[in-house]
Design a protein. Sequence first.
Length: 243
Amino acid sequence: MIADQLDGAAAGHGLISTGDAARGIIRRVPLVADVNGTLAPALSVEMMRVALQVPGIELGKIVVSGVRAPEAETDALVVFLLHRGELAEFLPLAQRVARRIGEHAGLEVSAVVPVARIPKTTSGKVQRHQLEQEYLDGAYRAELEQLRALASQGGVALDGRSGVEAELQQICDQALGASRVGPNDSLFDVGVSSLTLLAIHEQVEQRWPGAIEVTDIFDHPSIAELARLIEARLEARSTGSSK
């Protein structure tokens, strides 16, 4: 029943109740949010629906918000997860959630935050604003820095992507400037010019010499695809040199 309600709410249909129906706890579907330049309808409900597909994620223990810093022009997509254990245990779950959202919604998760409690009103309504303000105030900065350190030790980005994909995302972001591209978006859909394409290839060549040709970008136009190609060629090169 809850899954059906989430599916309906994610599509923008009416209201959704995530509490005790007898007590009449109703959650209204949120408005659209601007996440890195992408308008996502019913953001919180849709992202929560996607995240709940990850084993270990339960309704009532997750809050998804579009958080905007005072000086920012777009929202940052932030996931708050109830967790009271060690950060090393939390990291794989955080990576799976971020990757799931990225793959299925095409949105980049700015942070997956472990929280010891999810604040609620006496009527059971989640106080999303409080979590958002705590995040903006830096209340979770130490935990997030520790998670990044743990992730880098394993060669995987905090959002669950490989190190190659994370670095490639940075290269493309710098080359594209104000334009934003998700890991599964085609570079050509954001209007990449031939000069920008050459700039991206130049940076890739500096980081991974000989890994790809410019023409490979046409055949693998998304960051995720190109990263997998680079990883495959680096692995093949490493395997060949070890024989």
